[in-house]
Design a binder for this molecule. Structure first.
Ligand SMILES: [Zn+2]
Length: 416
């Protein structure tokens, strides 16, 4: 027996999709069985399915966050890693639901989420965004995934098997190759390396470099063998240049980039995912939420340079994805990144970073971040024009009366 078709027509909408700085008005969208089938300035019809009249409201592709950690329910990452796996998974479901209800229909997890969580979303057990995963991130001993403090000599492999650990500690070319193969076998779709010091880790100042050039090159080769890429946790200009020269193609954070490093990123056709809001959130609430003092002391080393980094990357022509990197209760700030970016970039550029350019970062052009035939039927409706007012994308989805993912209506407050 034939399955009933899942058809949804959105009529009379204005499209904002990162392609143009103007809204495309008077548009109609037909979605069938999880995909967008047609987009037209003439009315569309189908013998079956439902129709929602948007009466001129804006329709956007579902938003994309290129840097999240869905398993991070605690700001203190050592504490997070110690949580029972069952509790981590249960909390991750809540965190993902929150993301979807803010309009994010695709998120890329930069360390922590596993195949099980991804499958949970695919089969509908978890209500959440499409999840792109790398498995665990990698850090050298004393690097950004090594949460052991100065006098903590637990063996590094204690993190293995802990769903709440964002990464694993691994040293040496051969060990790294083998561990990367394990993550890819486990479903990792790209490789995350901590190639620079970090804030939320105890013994690595932000100007430390992570991994030798040989290790970086080996990781890049392993990623390329699996037809994918390495994303590097990178703040400083020196770390960025070194990593790009070794083949890293996605620069996470880039907060301390300079014009020369930005030019290196652009020349190698690599991309960047700035993450400003996490540092604002940690500055305001981190200490209260349990971020250790040695991490609190490092926040401003990065936070103060965020907006300048956007201008430097923009001037070099670097493709930028929208990223947030939030932890614990700070996840509610996921849309505030739009406002921080909007203070220095035109709103069209900011919207493009969470749609069209985010799809480039994820290497999923044409599938997500656009309203085009063949793309996943992931769309949101926004009351008003976000090109004129980015705050319409904030407030936990309050101004988004409609959220559709994979052709399924997740939220509909449009009264006919
Ligand atoms: Zn991160």
């Amino acid at each position: 027996m034939a399955q009933p078709e899942n058809v949804l027509i959105l009529s009379n909408c204005s499209i904002v999709d990162g392609q143009s700085a103007e809204r495309r008005e008077g548009m109609h969208i037909l979605m069938r069985n999880g995909l967008i089938e047609s987009v037209s300035d003439a009315p569309l019809s189908s013998s079956q399915g439902r129709r929602i009249d948007l009466r001129g409201e804006t329709v956007m592709p579902g938003l994309i966050d290129c840097h999240v950690h869905v398993v991070a329910s605690e700001v203190n990452l050592d504490k997070n890693a110690l949580l029972p796996n069952s509790l981590v998974a249960a909390r991750a479901a809540g965190i993902m639901r929150g993301m979807l209800m803010r309009g994010f229909t695709t998120v890329r997890d930069l360390g922590g989420a596993d195949f099980g969580l991804q499958q949970g979303v695919e089969e509908g057990t978890i209500l959440g965004p499409r999840l792109i995963i790398c498995g665990k991130g990698f850090s050298q001993t004393g690097g950004h995934c090594d949460y052991r403090g100065r006098y903590d000599n637990r063996p590094a492999h204690w993190l293995a098997g802990k769903l709440g650990a964002l990464g694993r500690v691994c040293d040496g070319v051969e060990a790294l190759r083998s561990a990367i193969r394990e993550e890819i076998k486990g479903g990792g779709q790209f490789v995350k390396l901590m190639a620079n010091g970090g804030v939320a880790s105890p013994t690595d100042p932000v100007n430390f470099l992570g991994y030798s050039r040989d290790e970086l090159r080996a990781a890049v080769e392993e990623a390329e063998m699996a037809q994918t890429y390495v994303a590097g946790h990178l703040y400083t200009a020196a770390s960025i240049k070194r990593a790009i020269e070794c083949g890293v193609r996605c620069v996470e954070h880039a907060s301390l980039v300079d014009a020369e490093a930005a030019e290196v990123i652009a020349r190698h056709r690599a991309v960047a995912v700035p993450t400003l809001i996490v540092f604002e959130g940690l500055k305001q609430e981190g200490a209260e939420l349990g971020l250790p003092a040695n991490s609190v002391a490092k926040i401003d080393d990065v936070r103060l340079y965020g907006q300048r980094s956007l201008e430097i990357l923009r001037d070099a022509g670097v493709v930028m994805g929208y990223g947030t990197d939030l932890l614990g209760p700070l996840h509610r700030l996921q849309c505030e990144e739009f406002l921080l970016r909007g203070q220095v970039l035109p709103s069209h550029d900011v919207i493009r970073s969470a749609t069209l350019d985010a799809a480039r970062v994820l290497r999923m052009e044409g599938k997500v971040g656009c309203i085009s035939p063949g793309a996943f039927a992931d769309v949101i409706a926004v009351q008003g024009n976000p090109l004129k007012d980015l705050s319409l994308l904030t407030n936990q989805g309050r101004h988004m009366p409609l959220i559709v993912k994979n052709g399924d209506v997740i939220k509909n407050e449009i009264t006919v």
